[in-house]
Ligand binder design. Structure first.
Ligand code: DGY
Length: 321
């Protein structure tokens, strides 16, 4: 029997899989584990399940000890994991792709609808009991039909966003270093363009790329200025892909029409400038937040850890070993 440490609460189905085969030590509290407690809890673990709120670096891996075989992140994004540090120690790291694709695309699409149709503003008016009256020109937004969405990062979630956009009658352009599988984009009439062209022509720019050193502040002052003044930015990927300071300035100056954000540069902190702006929709990182998807994520992370502990190949590794 190996020792599996789970550093935060995860759905019971994943826990049950782990408990059926191994001794499980888990952080059971509602609030996130602190760094100190995480370093204490992982000591002696053969496998660790982590959330995106844990920083898995050399210190974390060394605190676990040399017997550690696998870190299974319960998230598709793994910018919280120092992959090189894992590889240097012979530790396999895994993530949870595919199981959250549709849910996260739903969130991004929801943000796009909310911000372009001003639903957040409308809701705030009702809730604050501000007097209002139906009017021909009251709270007009931008229709999506016939508009162009620019998808940055045409991976699984980007493609799922494109499918939704197509169903809404939008044209699709995308930018990516890689080409998506032809079958996955069949029928979307999606056109690959440069980032420069995408930002200059899209009516909505939606970010679906991973957060890497090369995508840090990909959306900076210059990119924001290159967007149409009528265009919107949607970010459901990772906060630091956008220079939040520059975004606030661009929104204040009317350089873009609005933004829908599920993620923030210094999460959970939100730039105070964003809070003051009506043309911004803000969600607390709800991308994959459905009961079904979170259970599927926990299951996949558990399956990854269990496979490695059995001596089998992990299902969805991110390390090269
Ligand atoms: C992820 O998985 O990377 C999301 O941000 C949370 O589900």
């Amino acid at each position: 029997m190996a020792v599996v440490v789970v550093t935060n609460r995860i759905p019971e189905s994943g826990m049950a899989k782990l408990r059926a085969e191994h001794e499980v030590r888990a952080w059971e509290h509602e609030e996130c584990i602190s760094r100190e407690e995480a370093l204490r809890l992982v000591a002696g673990a053969d496998a660790v399940l982590t959330l995106l709120t844990e920083r898995v670096d050399g210190e974390f891996l060394d605190a676990a000890g040399p017997q550690l075989k696998v870190v299974a992140n319960v998230a598709v994004g793994y910018n919280n994991i120092d992959v090189a540090a894992c590889e240097a120690r012979g530790v396999i790291a895994t993530n949870t792709p595919r199981v959250l694709t549709e849910t996260t695309a739903d969130t991004a699409f929801g943000l796009m609808l909310m911000v372009t149709r001003r639903f957040g503003e409308g809701e705030r008016i009702i809730r604050s009991q501000t007097p209002w009256q139906w009017g021909m020109f009251y709270l007009l937004g931008m229709g999506l039909q016939g508009k162009t969405i620019g998808i940055v990062g045409m991976g699984q979630i980007g493609i799922a966003m494109a499918r939704r956009a197509k169903a809404f009658g939008m044209s699709i352009v995308y930018a990516d270093d890689y080409d998506p599988p032809a079958a996955a984009v069949e029928g979307l009439d999606a056109r690959k363009v440069s980032l420069d062209e995408l930002f200059a022509t899209a009516d909505v720019v939606s970010l679906h790329c991973p957060y890497l050193p090369s995508t840090h502040h990909l959306v900076d002052e210059a990119r924001l200025r290159s967007m149409k003044r009528t265009a919107y930015l949607v970010n459901s990927a990772r906060g630091p892909i956008v220079d939040e300071e520059a975004l606030v300035a661009a929104l204040r100056a009317g350089e873009i029409a609005g933004a829908g954000l599920d993620v923030f540069e210094k999460e959970p902190a939100v730039h105070p400038g964003l809070l003051e702006l009506e043309n911004v929709v803000l969600l607390p990182h709800l991308g994959s937040a459905t009961t079904e998807t979170r259970a599927a994520m926990a299951d996949l992370a558990a399956d990854n850890a269990l496979a490695v502990l059995r001596g089998d190949a992990p299902l969805t590794p991110v390390t090269k070993l």
